[in-house]
Design a protein around this ligand. Sequence first.
Ligand code: ADP
Ligand code: MG
Ligand code: MG
Length: 879
Amino acid sequence: MKFVYAFSEANGLSKDQLGGKGAGLSAMTRLGLPVPPGFTVTTEACRAYHMHRQTPHNLWMEVQDALQALEQQTGKVLGNPERPLLLSVRSGAKFSMPGMMDTILNLGLNDEVVEGLTALTQDARFAFDAYRRLIQMFADVVVGVPRHHFETALEDLKMARGVQEDLSLTAEDLQELVTTYKRLFKRHAGFEFPQSPQFQLQEAILAVFKSWGNRRAATYRKLHHIPDDLGTAANVQAMVFGNLGATSGTGVGFTRNPISGDPQVFGEFLLNAQGEDVVAGIRTPLPLCDLQNHLPEVHDQLMHTAGLLEKHFKDMQDFEFTIEAGRLYMLQTRAGKRSARAAFKIAHDLAQEGLISREEALSRIQLESLEQLMYPQPVTHHGQKALLKGLPASPGAASGVVVFSADEAVEVAKTRPCILVTPETSPEDIHGMASAKGILTARGGMTSHAAVVARGMGCPAVVGAEDLRVDREAGVMQVKGLTIRAGETLTISGSTGEVFLGEIPLQDSQLDPEVFEILSWADGIRKLEVRANADTPQDARRARENGAQGIGLCRTEHMFFAEERIPLVRKMILAASAQEELEALRLLQNMQRRDFEAILLAMDGLPVTIRLIDPPLHEFLPQMSDLLVKVTQLAQQERSEAEETTYQEARELLERVKQLHEVNPMMGLRGARLGITRPSIICMQVHALAEATCNLLAQGKKPRPEIMIPLTGTAQELAYVRHIVEEVLASHDLHLPIGSMIEVPRACLVGGQLADTADFLSFGTNDLTQMTYGYSRDDAARFLGTYVEKGILTFDPFTRLDEDGVGTLISMAVQDARRKKPEIKLGICGEHGGEAHSIGFFHQVGLDYVSCSPFRLLAARLAAAQATLNNHTQEAVLA
Ligand code: ADP
Ligand code: MG
Ligand code: MG
């Protein structure tokens, strides 16, 4: 097996083998772009290394061959002081893991070569700067000596020389620094800095392989669901130098704006800088358009290159480049990370530009993006000014208490939302960034580590807030003379870059037209109908705006909970005589009729599934324990006349509540059972619905109510309630579709029998999950977290449908029902109706619709379309 490929010969190899960076370098080389030559050691070598704890036997021979070819191509030789070849050794896995793994630059320098480089460039400052960087990176990456030993030495030297900037140090200073670094290296590594370039190269490649297993990388993979066994490639490449003076520089860019999605090249650069200076966020870089003023030809070439990259990769690219003495070199390209907003805009524009199909555009959108877009924004009162403004690096808003370190963020986040405030973030902070609700940094640009990682995680971030001073040690931050301590509250908006003192209320944000256009493409593709769960006219209107094709679940009892209605509901429940009950019911009927009219009107022309009363009645009554306390207190005191009446009433109420009390109400007198034992309530509801329907029909409207009977487990139950409902409807001369909710496992097992008696069936997956697992929805929170943590469950089945168990029940029911009644309408109305994986499953088992909360409708429409596309691909693969 071959493990090493020159960039120019790696044609036809995949990202799996070359890693993302290697594949990008090879593609750019073949496109004829200016890429410093080099070769890739494949991920296979890394996997073999991790599996056998040693490198494959022919690896170093292949590396030698590739190196020789590289020396021939460049006319330079590794370790030769007259014509020194310097190398970078860069990790690069299949999925980009920015800053998570390691890179070594300037490899090949030693005491002799650095002199040669000085002679060659006539620039001792440059040569020794390169050397000291190599020693530091080698110590860090290969040997594991913490960087801060070297950083401190550098700071000390600057202090001693009385200078602020690295650039102000002289050649002699840097020469001295190299001596210090070598001493530090020996002290911490236990051996001299290796002078053999060959040895440096081998160790560097091995270190890249090992870096796949470091904690940072492992955390990142876990967060982004990247498998642990892919391995990384190592890329060995001739160095180019961005720090050779004013016509040199280094930068990063995006072929389109990664925040707004606008089709203009966007990026940042630094003149006279090397390597990671831009991404590390140490100096604040200039915007790419400024390059025009400094090096116009390079600027034009870069713009042209950006265009070529997009045409080739058919996606927005994130690229790195270095300019050496006026010549442009491309160092990296990959699909760029983007904000949720940009994801839509870019997918939309690429499809409009004909670069990709609409289907491709749709399949590229991640559902989380959509949810992020609907993230609320802070609404400030008139005149309320931001405390601070930085760069809007990752959209969304968050409030939380200030913490100053990643570890603190993890701790505090357990109890309260927090905002991580730091001078700049580095890859070591990743665990804190994952816990914080928002990130605020004083330094760094739009492409700094904090910005890139936060965008990837969908965590709001403001970076490069120049007026911010952070003193981690003292646990304070300062803004223009104002001191803020750990534990105080901030609100940040990663969409505008604003930072506010205190907690600011948040409000929904506006969506771009491109989002709606993409959603309309989704509507054209999806097979699943999408309805909403909505109980009020406002919700119904919102649902309709968000593209709902009807209401799949209207919980009528929610209308009972309004403050002014509760007394009436109680009166009905507690009525001593039929007469009293009738009076209460009549009043309630009027109210429900008005509610129904409003909802049906909001959804005019679309189906509205009205579910008859479901919860056990005592939910409408006061708590038994509260009553008990009240009665006991009153019983023990002397009572005035008024108090006597209260006392008697409370006692009666307590008696009634005791009678209605159930040990396990969730499995007690509720749903269809309630309808059967106390038909007066559902009769009232059906009368109200029938009247509302007739009124609207008389006005020329098109109401389309459907009546849903909850919690049936037997066909007899359903038939019994159906009969009651039909009789009421008949008294209004109405025929409406009547169906059932499927929430108990037995109902799934007799899906065919229920289908016989129903016009539609809708899976209530919340209760169905509860009853299938036997996990009480109200108490499961106590152990579900532990279950997921310990890997006993891979996800919370109340959030994402358990396909193996609950899903099997559903598909049995679907098959049985369709066998009995092929035209029966089947849907789902549990929380899972808005969750992407679950929607994929519902599509596959052949449901007609999903119904979800109005907030999740947009995501559901998209997920339904993606489910259709996935099915097509699967079918294509099978065919
Ligand atoms: P990351 O995976 O963190 O992006 P890279 O492998 O891209 O790491 O390396 C980090 C930086 O090192 C690059 O952005 C680039 O500035 C610099 N670099 C890498 N290879 C070279 C090279 N051949 N010449 C000059 N600079 C390089
Ligand atoms: Mg790196
Ligand atoms: Mg890079």
